[in-house]
Design a protein around this ligand. Sequence first.
Ligand code: SF4
Length: 238
Amino acid sequence: MQVSSTSENLAVLVESLNFAQKIDRSLGLIREAYEEYGDGLVVANSLGKDSVAVWHLAKRVDPNIRGFIVTTRYKPAETVAFMNEEVARYPELRVFRSDEPLPDRLYETDPDRCCDVLKVQPVRQAIEVMNVECWVTGLRCTEGRTRVDYREIEERDKGLVKLNPILLWHEREIWQYLALYQVPVNPLYAEGYRSLGCAPCTHITSDQNERAGRWVGTSKCGGECGIHTRPLKVGATV
Ligand code: SF4
């Protein structure tokens, strides 16, 4: 599978492709990667709206495709309940978490360190334990300021391909897809949340930036937990 060149203008495609074309493109990307990597292709499922859309797309390509969930001690009760429902529906979803002791309320004083221990390290573990060669994400380039420079196929870690099959989708198109296919979603969306994470670091926002409600009041506001920005292969330089 070819790592994306910069020849296609993704910003133009975001606006020019229609909803059905985006679905076809996403399915094609997953299908092509699955043909190449087989069981080495694994979907990262954060239990957010984008992840459940990608998970549904992957299951349309092949019901045997595996996935992993990273959970933390700070996930809202609703997310934990939804996770348990998803794992019951799809036993091929494996759950990873870190129980490493941390200072109390570290998310207030050093959210980068907190995310590194509770999110990035379990993703590294999942990638190693599940022998992942290609991980599939729900990244979208219209989510906010930190997500504009991704490609649909990347290799930021040597030997680990990252596939972002819904990179071109708008937030509205995610909801369109989930409604049309009646995909179950985390009940917190009904309360007005648009981007979900751990309870202390997730707020409701009406900002244009969909992720503006994440890490409010910290240096990380509207930012990233690190799984899309830090090396993930065990043994890589951190
Ligand atoms: S989102 Fe907040 S609570 Fe969760 S791991 Fe990151 S800093 Fe810690």
